[in-house]
Design a protein around this ligand. Structure first.
Ligand code: SAH
Length: 270
């Protein structure tokens, strides 16, 4: 069946039309019949129609109601295929789990990609892997190593939770309408065993955010708001380094040091 659908800017709609890229995405995902596969933003089903043949029990989550209706008709021959109408940012992905790890796929609207990644990190223990089409610049930031220009808060917070694998570069011509930016498909796999554990994840996030407010300054300068908890920090981290030179593990070490000092001073004042 066909549909005349005018791409809607407010839903971030850039539909994939490049069959070669679509088949590369499908083989990168490698769906199995029993997978708990969920596509976010299936649109006009460019990727979905291939995924569903390999995984007939897959689910989709779409915000645009016109497309929800279209998808219902298009896949009426697949009784196990399920369609959810809603906003991925407001969706509790735990509801899809039912004892089976989630595999998420999506050519996402670029304006929601970062908040959605953070939303999904909240349920990372339920997720097996994620394959997302993102702005190439975002994929570069996700996968950046210490010392590189794109290394920052996003790189650290995502790499703390996941292994990041950039997979497929995608040019603007692969979409209709063509976006103004380059894109890329990335695979994110939440760590089964965390390589390093922050005693207080919220604090880690604050320390990282504070550090990158002034990425050219030394840690000692950047972290002035935490200075009362940094008196002995140089025993674990060289505070004369710049934040962009620190690995994820270094940030975790630093945040755990601050956390212990905070806990100790709380005990004293009690
Ligand atoms: N996957 C399709 C469509 C990509 S366009 C393809 O590759 O061709 C992005 C899709 O995400 C659109 O269908 C849009 O309606 C949907 N979308 C936008 N915001 C969304 C949100 N917050 N939650 C779920 N879907 C969303």
């Amino acid at each position: 069946m066909t549909i005349k659908h005018q791409a809607r800017k407010r839903f971030g709609q850039n539909f994939l039309v490049d069959q070669q890229i679509i088949s590369q995405i499908v083989s990168a995902v490698g769906p199995k019949p029993d997978d708990n596969l969920i596509e976010i933003g299936p649109g006009m089903a460019a990727i979905t129609e291939h995924l569903v043949k390999l995984c007939p029990g897959m689910s989709v989550l779409e915000l645009d109601r016109d497309l929800v209706e279209f998808l219902g008709e298009k896949f009426s021959d697949y009784p196990e295929f399920s369609i959810h109408s809603g906003d991925a940012l407001k969706t509790d992905f735990a509801q899809f789990h039912e004892g089976r790890e989630l595999r998420l796929v999506g050519n996402l609207p670029y304006n929601i990609s970062t908040p959605l990644l953070f939303h999904l990190l909240g349920v990372r223990h339920l997720i097996k892997d994620m394959h997302f089409m993102l702005q190439r610049e975002v994929v570069d930031r996700l996968s950046a190593a210490p010392g590189s220009k794109t290394y920052g808060r996003l790189s650290i917070m995502i790499q703390y939770h996941c292994r990041v694998m950039p997979l497929i570069p995608v040019p603007p011509e692969s979409f209709r309408p063509a976006p103004k930016v380059q894109s890329a498909v990335v695979r994110l796999k939440p760590h089964k065993v965390m390589p390093c554990v922050a005693e207080n994840e919220e604090l880690l996030s604050k320390v990282v955010a504070q550090s990158f407010q002034m990425r050219r300054k030394t840690l000692r300068n950047c972290l002035k708001p935490f200075s009362e908890h940094l008196a002995t920090a140089s025993e674990v981290i060289d505070m004369g380094r710049r934040p962009e030179q620190l690995s994820v593990k270094d940030f975790v070490t630093l945040s755990n040091h601050i956390n212990q000092s905070m806990n100790a001073s709380e005990t004293v004042t009690k």
